[in-house]
Design a protein around this ligand. Structure first.
Ligand code: SAH
Length: 347
């Protein structure tokens, strides 16, 4: 029989298993805490569990094991970027950002990405596989143990498209919420999507209070299709309709991400078109001067045009911020470290 991944079991499943092997049910809670609150990577570390039970666990099951391969720390702002390996040696990235309101971890949801956004490094090496829920949660546990610091906020903005790995992502949010585990509230979790419309409706009905971020990046379907292939599947109007429904059902504000690309989507007309699209919505706009990737075709918008763009939105009562560039000295934009790692492995 194949071994079970013990981190993927719910508490109830773990209890059933423990009873099946003739052990006392209360051990399930102890084990659950070791796995989901502490994040041990070996049964040996479960110090209040008897040796005989640990042996049984080891025989039947295995632990989701994440290991830090490399860590880069920004000299400018303390941002830390981690390259992490999984049980099958696939590599993903997580980024720890320090804000005044606490430590935020940016987690990956897939190994690679299928979405093909032109400006994004995560997609350049293609798609390998989805992450399991415990591999998403495991990034937080691993980084907490590595740094000995508490993580209070989580953003699903690393490698991958969260709504293209829907079931595992939703399961991971519930795992992270669980008070027996990390106990991070959904209001401290943001999920970013390029706009897989049917799954936005689905998420709205999950009764999860997380913040939704939409990667919009353009104001016309034509321009959006040039930079984001997903725009061939869903129009901006279909996307915004789903957003309105999400707001209606959850009562949560939506955040729109807009990567400013020089000469592409950074003009005064673009800003005014964005105002028109978002008028009347409970929305927040996050402008991101595009991060130039190696061999990428797109250039960062000038500081002046970023400022002008923001002023137009703000003057039209759309709350707008410019994303502070963190870790610019350490390839902190998603996918860049993994891309380098894979390129090096090839030679
Ligand atoms: N797949 C999800 C989440 C991952 S990326 C999504 O598309 O939303 C998180 C954010 O960073 C997205 O808004 C994405 O479009 C943006 N992004 C990716 N590469 C970037 C780059 N080179 N410069 C600026 N923003 C980038």
């Amino acid at each position: 029989m194949d071994k079970i991944n013990i981190n993927e079991l719910t508490l109830e499943e773990l209890e059933n298993y423990i009873e099946r092997i003739d052990e006392k049910k209360f051990h399930a809670k102890q084990i659950y805490k070791w796995l989901h609150r502490i994040g041990v990577v070996s049964f040996y570390d479960m110090t209040d569990i008897s040796k005989s039970l640990r042996e049984k666990l080891k025989k039947d099951t295995y632990i989701t094991k994440l290991e830090v391969i490399t860590c880069q720390k920004s000299q400018k702002d303390g941002t830390m970027k981690f390259l992490i390996s999984l049980n099958d040696n696939a590599a993903i990235e997580s980024v720890l950002m320090r804000y005044h309101h606490g430590n935020t971890l940016c987690v990956s949801t897939q190994v690679g990405c299928k979405m093909g956004c032109k400006f994004c490094a995560s997609t350049k090496e293609g798609f390998e596989r989805n992450l399991l829920a415990s591999e998403i949660e495991g990034q937080i546990l691993t980084i907490q143990r590595y740094t000995n610091e508490k993580i209070s906020n989580v953003v699903y903005m690393g490698i991958g498209e969260p709504l293209d790995n829907y079931d595992n992502v939703v399961k991971s949010i519930r795992l992270i919420n669980n008070p027996l585990g990390l106990g991070i509230g959904a209001r401290h979790i943001s999920l970013s999507t390029c706009g897989i419309v049917p799954n936005i409706y689905k998420l709205a009905n999950e009764n999860i209070q997380c913040t939704l971020s939409i990667s919009l990046h353009a104001t016309t379907d034509e321009k959006r299709r040039e930079i984001m292939p997903i725009a061939n599947r869903y129009t901006i109007s279909e996307l915004l309709e789903a957003c309105k429904e999400y707001i209606k059902i959850t009562g949560r504000r939506i955040s729109f991400e807009y990567a400013l690309i020089y000469g592409k989507n950074d003009s005064r007309e673009d800003a005014l078109a964005l105002v028109k699209l978002l008028r009347g919505m409970i929305a927040h706009v996050n402008l991101i001067p595009v991060n130039e990737i190696k061999n990428g075709a797109y250039k960062k918008a000038t500081e002046k045009s970023v400022e002008n763009f923001m002023n137009i939105l703000n003057s039209c009562s759309i709350v707008t911020t410019v994303r502070r560039e963190l870790g610019s000295d350490i390839d902190a934009a998603c996918g860049q470290l993994r891309k380098k790692y894979i390129e090096k492995e090839k030679y």
